[in-house]
Design a protein around this ligand. Sequence first.
Ligand code: PNS
Length: 160
Amino acid sequence: MVTAIFPGSFDPITNGHLDLIERALKMFDKVCVAVLVNASKNPLFSIEERMEMMRTCMTSPRVEVSSFRGLLVDFARDHDAKVLVRGLRAVSDFEYELQMAMMNRELSPELETVFLMPKTVYSYLSSRLVKEVARLGGDVSKLVPEIVVRELAGKYGKIS
Ligand code: PNS
């Protein structure tokens, strides 16, 4: 029984994240999505809102959604996870991801980071850009789940 954690801010969840969770489910028995509480990043959505959106989008009983604060390696240990899944969209992600992977390995040598690539159409997609496009009135309905479209419209006061 191999449990993987899939951590992130998920502010908000995108179709790229969903694609990665699907891929992780093909490889691991259980996927724990770990939503960072993350006060310092000043997220658009509260932790409760991000968790609710995530839970609404999850259909597999093999996915568990939790929030976390503090070190990711501690969350992994508490959930008996031996694998940490991160997405790599482009070479530009690599430096930051490599640094995190090496630091996490230093902190917890038994936790293995695995990088997964999303579908090509999502390779330019980020939560930050989705928020910007939605804020400026653009259509994000092909980039995020329906619940996120609605929640973004609620935040920015317009239908995207
Ligand atoms: O979606 P994001 O913002 O790229 O996710 C970043 C995340 C949550 C994976 C990262 O910030 C994290 O692991 N934070 C927890 C703090 C921690 O463990 N830091 C040391 C490891 S580098």
